[in-house]
Design a protein around this ligand. Structure first.
Ligand SMILES: NC(=O)c1ccc[n+]([C@@H]2O[C@H](COP(=O)([O-])OP(=O)(O)OC[C@H]3O[C@@H](n4cnc5c(N)ncnc54)[C@H](OP(=O)(O)O)[C@@H]3O)[C@@H](O)[C@H]2O)c1
Length: 312
């Protein structure tokens, strides 16, 4: 069992998991400031992560319209050792100037209270401008020293190859492709994206590794996920999850009583990806940290793979 990994080519070392901060300041999807969690909860979650040796935190300029970066920026001031901070640029169609990425990066850094950040990712491969347009600008921001690594997110095989090709010109590695990957979203292994990232030496960051809560065991047909998340699932999937969550618990028992969440996150680690589960409070953080320090066996991974076909 390896405790630390090199996060990406020529990149920093990290424990095998980071923390996602979409919910830190986001009202619309996650219900920030609607009584279910507060800044105090988030600070406790942050402190517990640091205490456990977590160094990587993922945010984006769009999370809570900058609030996530602000909140994270406030917390990281307290930490004296180096952290790995990742943010993302949104290629909005109205971003026309040739300094769009540079300006957005500077604004993110201001909110984070940093002079530079470890990883800057293109959040989505949105049209109308081609990927190359944004990757070229990213290279400029890298060369100016504002970012230490360039990543993409939600890029297909073809888009990943194109981004990789542009950066080769500058001798800059494409550090990561951040994609949705979990036991309820297996597309990246089925369509070959995981394999291509491996061939290109691009680390896969697995977002929504808990299936936005579905793999925690707490959402059932009688208690579906709220709001926007509820619309991403259906009764049939929630029915199938009852048996699957039981299997997660059974497998967790082989490892001293690991919970369904811990099994789900550990599964993404066994697939050689770097998970960034989102957390809203101390309890969730402490539980998710228990995904580290042990390994599912190959037989257990195979059983989850096989039974997992029924929940996607
Ligand atoms: N690049 C992209 O386009 C993209 C897209 C999505 C996410 N991301 C990144 O990936 C991170 C993680 O993804 P995600 O937040 O969408 O989904 P996730 O990690 O699969 O699920 C996180 C949510 O599950 C619930 N939860 C977490 N731990 C739990 C536990 N131990 N027990 C019970 N419930 C628990 C919490 O919500 P409730 O308590 O409300 O259920 C939490 O907000 C994000 O924060 C973000 O940094 C990136």
């Amino acid at each position: 069992m390896t405790k630390h990994i090199q996060l990406w080519k020529n990149g920093p070392e990290s424990l095998r998991m980071g923390i996602g901060t979409w919910a830190w300041g986001d009202n619309m999807v996650w219900g920030y400031n609607q009584k279910n969690y507060t800044d105090e909860d988030l600070e406790l979650a942050f402190d517990a992560s640091i205490k456990a040796g977590i160094t990587m935190f993922d945010t984006a300029e769009v999370y809570g319209s900058g609030k996530s970066e602000n909140i994270l920026g406030g917390f990281i001031k307290k930490v004296k050792h180096p952290l790995i901070i990742a943010s993302k640029f949104m290629p909005y169609p109205w971003r026309l100037g040739k300094n769009s990425v540079m300006n957005a990066a500077k604004n993110s850094l201001k909110r984070l209270g940093l002079e530079n950040m470890d990883l800057y990712q293109i959040h989505w491969p949105f049209p109308p401008r081609p990927i190359e347009h944004w990757v070229e600008q990213m290279a400029g921001v890298y060369q100016a020293g504002l970012i230490k690594g360039i990543g993409v997110s939600n890029f297909s095989i073809e888009q990943t190859r194109r981004a990789h090709t542009v950066l080769q010109k500058y001798d800059i590695p494409l550090a990561v492709n951040q994609i949705e990957y979990s036991l309820v979203n297996r597309k990246p292994e089925k369509n070959g994206l995981l394999q291509v990232c491996k061939e290109l030496d691009v680390k896969v960051i697995a977002y929504s590794p808990l299936g936005q809560g579905l793999l925690t065991g707490k959402y059932t047909p009688d208690n579906p996920p709220p709001g926007f998340r509820g619309r991403r699932t259906n009764r049939k999937q929630l029915d199938a999850l009852i048996a699957f969550n039981k299997l997660q618990t059974k497998i967790g028992e082989n490892h001293g009583g690991k919970t369904p969440s811990q099994v789900a996150v550990n599964w993404t680690i066994q697939k050689d990806t770097f998970p960034i589960p989102g957390v809203k409070n101390l309890r969730q953080t402490e539980e998710n940290l228990g995904a580290l320090g042990w390994d599912l066996t190959q037989d257990e991974v195979a059983e989850l793979d096989f039974e997992g076909q029924k929940i996607i």
